[in-house]
Design a protein around this ligand. Structure first.
Ligand SMILES: [Zn+2]
Length: 81
């Protein structure tokens, strides 16, 4: 299986780094290291609606982008098979 391409993510609002990961929630059926884009990070299965969905790998800042969250969720791999 070919790994998905990296997500196009906005820069960190704090330090302007482009070294940003998306945080994805939910329980992947397979190995996220294979099924997910390389810049998607597993955030666990608890989703309160307030969880950050972006993390900056340079300064550690975490934040939430509602519009991007919708796109990320729609990009999640299918939960069957
Ligand atoms: Zn940053």
């Amino acid at each position: 299986m070919e790994r998905p391409k990296p997500l196009r993510l906005a820069a960190c609002p704090v330090c302007k780094s482009r070294n940003v990961n998306a945080i994805w929630y939910g329980m992947p059926l397979g190995d996220p290291e294979v099924l997910w884009p390389p810049n998607a990070t597993a955030g666990g299965c608890a989703l309160s609606g307030l969880d950050p969905n972006r993390v900056c790998l340079d300064c550690g800042h975490e934040w939430s982008t509602p519009a991007a969250a919708r796109r990320v969720w729609s990009a999640l791999p299918p939960q069957t098979g």
